[in-house]
Design a protein. Structure first.
Length: 202
């Protein structure tokens, strides 16, 4: 069932990349034992360094070129390793000092300070927060990611003390990549599900 879901997801992302004007290749990040070029293309773009988040499924537009595509995959891995760990060094490596959040939530500072602020506040509520990079799409100078955040509400959020409730919600990000780092983004989170799980009213 899981492999069928990954195949369907990869097919959808490949169609999106094709509509964006490029020829895409997609494959689940797990090695299936095949070694044809269509499979190897997205697989070889992934940085396998210990500690970095690994995409569960990857689609990459071949017209981007191997070097640029690998750079964008690496930036995505660094950014979502930051969300997975809360370690600022990954954020600093991924985003430009001129980074701009185009969907800035109320109360969050603009620029690189924004994700850091959000991560620290959220980890105060969910200290064991993890970020799964479920789907990653590389097309031109854009990175699109589907994320799944998980953890347990054992801290405090908006004056409410957690009782260990399980938290799991989805998010979608679009990142614009400049010369060497991410320069701006757009994002949307399933906040209704999150708040319901936390037992907090919007």
């Amino acid at each position: 069932m899981r492999s069928r879901t990954l195949i369907r997801t990869a097919a959808v992302l490949a169609a999106v990349a094709a509509l964006a004007g490029g020829t895409a290749a997609a494959a689940p990040a797990q090695d299936s034992g095949r070694h044809d070029s269509a499979h190897d293309w997205p697989q070889r773009l992934i940085d396998r360094s210990p500690g970095l988040v690994q995409p569960k499924a990857l689609t990459a537009d071949r017209s981007v070129g191997a070097r640029r595509a690998a750079q964008e995959v690496h930036l995505a891995q660094q950014l979502y390793t930051f969300w997975n760990t809360g370690q600022q060094r990954y954020l600093d490596a991924a985003v430009s000092p001129q980074f701009r959040d185009n969907t800035l939530p109320p109360g969050r500072p603009q620029g690189p300070a924004g994700p850091l602020f959000a991560s620290r506040n959220f980890r105060a509520a969910v200290p064991d927060l993890t970020c799964e990079l479920s789907d990653l799409l590389i097309s031109g100078d854009k990175i699109t990611a589907r994320l799944v955040f998980r953890g347990h509400f054992t801290g405090t959020f908006d004056g409410v003390r957690g009782q260990g409730q399980r938290v799991e919600f989805n998010a979608i990000d679009i990142q614009h990549v400049g010369t060497d780092r991410i320069t701006e983004d757009w994002h949307i989170e399933d906040n209704a599900t999150l708040l319901a799980q936390l037992g907090v009213h919007a």
